[in-house]
Design a protein around this ligand. Structure first.
Ligand code: ZN
Length: 266
């Protein structure tokens, strides 16, 4: 591995919260909600739960099996340049594992190429991240990649305008906060889709409460997961918690959809 590549990988891993300091995604807790229109987005309504997984982490392959046990499928937001190869970090899924997810009916979507904060990029760099990732991911999955998750949830008007030219939706990320559900109910911009990042400090009952609210309010709940592993810390959640949540969703007979399914009629 070249020194530059090693440096980039170390930066990407650190940025993802996989090693070292807490992920910058933590800062989202204090970001003021974006103003949103009142009109519901197509695909909203009728108590839909979307399980999304960011960064194509190896442990998510087990999570995919847990979903499959219930006949559910998830949406996997993959940073196209960050998949495991003989040159890169072992915690990522490989290209063939991502292909296998797609073959099994999971939704493989875009988390850019290098997992960079898009707000910091020039127009040209931004375009490369958006179009480059879409091409690579569609090549892997053999299906359209029309959905993007902003790395670190970071976006502004300029980024959103660029994403609008390439993708169908943009998923933000939010920590649990008092106005989260209000944001979900008011979400009117499909390029600023609110989604709840489930972390080690998020309890099972907290997430179950949002599932119940989604059913009660005919709303769309997008959940974001990172590593699914034992002894969760930081951005992890445990396989037991995920299994219990899936059982709760099944008991409630909630509809589980992928992003592609949700926006298929657009
Ligand atoms: Zn990420």
């Amino acid at each position: 591995m070249s020194p530059l590549r090693a440096l980039l990988l170390a930066a990407a891993l650190s940025a993802c919260g996989l090693v070292g300091e807490p992920s910058p995604e933590i800062r989202l807790q204090t970001v003021a909600p974006q103003p949103t229109a009142r009109a519901p987005v197509p695909g909203s309504g009728a108590g839909v739960i979307v399980f999304t997984f960011d960064d194509a982490l190896l442990s998510q392959l087990d999570a995919a099996r847990l979903l499959e046990d219930h006949g559910y499928r998830g949406t996997f937001y993959v940073a196209a340049g960050q998949l495991r190869s003989r040159y890169s970090y072992v915690s990522y899924a490989s290209e063939s594992e991502v292909r296998s997810l797609a073959r099994r009916g999971h939704d493989v979507q875009s988390h850019t190429v290098t997992h960079t904060d898009l707000v910091t990029l020039t127009a040209e760099e931004l375009d490369k991240e958006l179009r480059g990732a879409k091409a690579i991911i569609e090549g892997l999955s053999g299906k359209p990649a029309g959905h993007l998750a902003y790395p670190y949830g970071a976006h502004d008007d300029r980024v959103v305008a660029a994403v609008r030219g390439v993708y169908q939706t943009g998923r933000a990320s939010s920590a649990d906060h008092p106005r989260f559900w209000q944001e979900v109910l008011e979400a009117g911009d499909r390029f600023r889709l609110p989604a709840l990042v489930v972390t080690a400090t998020t309890s099972l009952s907290q997430v179950e409460r949002y599932v119940d609210l989604a059913l009660q309010d005919d709303a769309r709940l997008i959940l974001v997961f990172h590593n699914i592993r034992e002894n969760p810390a930081g951005y992890d959640w445990s396989p037991q918690q995920l299994a219990a949540l899936l059982a709760h969703v099944a008991r409630r007979d909630a509809r589980v959809r992928t992003m592609s399914e949700l926006f298929a009629s657009d």
